[in-house]
Design a protein around this ligand. Structure first.
Ligand SMILES: N[C@H](CCC[C@H](N)C(=O)O)C(=O)O
Length: 276
């Protein structure tokens, strides 16, 4: 079976995007891992599957799979690439699109100059919604990792994030601590581990060790989660420039009960077909 695909990225967080509207796509975890392999496959952090919507008022559905084959509820950089993809492929001529994800409908908007702004929905902080094992909801939690206590906060953007503030994100042992947090027993569905350095009340540096993919050059939902944590802790203002290794995102959040807005670039790298 031949499968057409498009290789894209959002700030270096890279995706294989499949049109599941005009071609029939059957995926399983083993095929996903094979396609995602950097040497034996195409290679990606996540695979995005675009499908028709079966909900009135919603234009598409888009499913998200990590390189380890796990299906997840949300992907911020992927949402921007999804919006560019459906436009470039002629699947829609809308510039504001309603798309169903596993964890709710989000609204990417294509802007002049190539940027995409996405209403990423309202962040959730109740432990049960992350999910995270805790006696009660707190602004931050001491997390015992290999005998050391780390001060984390937890946020779901439709996917789970554990965020901590560090003095110097570049020298921080993200590669060592990331997997220990990702697989920590208090996160029954694992977790994305975010490490943010406060540069100013409107600027942070961020590294994210992603669940199911490892450290990526950028993480859209991770940037949303980090800004929510910083604002809730009184460290950040409602509009924040987020520096990632792959480039910059702008995140805005007006506070409790409000949606998080993410703005950033997208890129289409190449198209191809693969024989399965
Ligand atoms: N690794 C994430 C999914 C991809 C999120 C990230 N690539 C983004 O841009 O938000 C998870 O397992 O929840």
């Amino acid at each position: 079976m031949k499968l057409r695909f498009t290789k894209m990225h959002g700030l270096g967080n890279d995706f294989v995007v499949l049109d599941g509207v005009r071609q029939s796509v059957q995926l399983d975890a083993e095929l996903l891992r094979r396609l995602g392999h950097r040497n034996f496959g195409i290679g990606f952090d996540q695979l995005l599957l675009v499908e028709p919507s079966d909900t009135a008022g919603v234009d598409f559905r888009y499913r998200i799979f990590n390189a380890d084959g796990s299906e997840v509820g949300q992907c911020g950089n992927g949402a921007r690439c999804f919006a560019r993809f459906v436009h470039e492929q002629g699947l829609t001529d809308k510039t504001e699109i309603a798309v169903q994800t596993a964890r709710g409908v989000i609204y990417p908007r294509l802007e002049q100059g190539g940027n995409v702004t996405v209403d990423m929905g309202v962040p959730r902080v109740a432990p049960a919604e992350i999910p995270f094992v805790a006696a009660e909801e707190q602004l931050n939690y001491p997390l015992d990792v290999a005998g050391h206590l780390y001060d984390i906060s937890v946020v779901s953007m439709g996917n789970p994030h554990a965020v901590q503030v560090v003095d110097d994100v570049e020298s921080y042992p993200v590669g060592k601590l990331g997997p220990l947090i990702e697989h920590h027993p208090r996160f029954p569905e694992r977790v994305n581990a975010g490490f943010m350095q406060i540069v100013g009340r409107d600027e942070i540096r961020l590294r994210v060790f992603e669940r199911g993919a490892g450290e990526t050059l950028a993480c859209g939902t991770g940037a949303c989660a980090a800004v929510v944590v910083g604002i809730r802790r009184g460290l950040l203002d409602p509009g924040v420039l987020v520096h990632t290794h792959g480039g910059d995102l702008t995140i805005r959040w007006a506070g409790e009960g409000q949606p998080v807005l993410m703005t950033g670039p997208t890129a289409t790298v190449f198209e191809g077909t693969i024989e399965l």
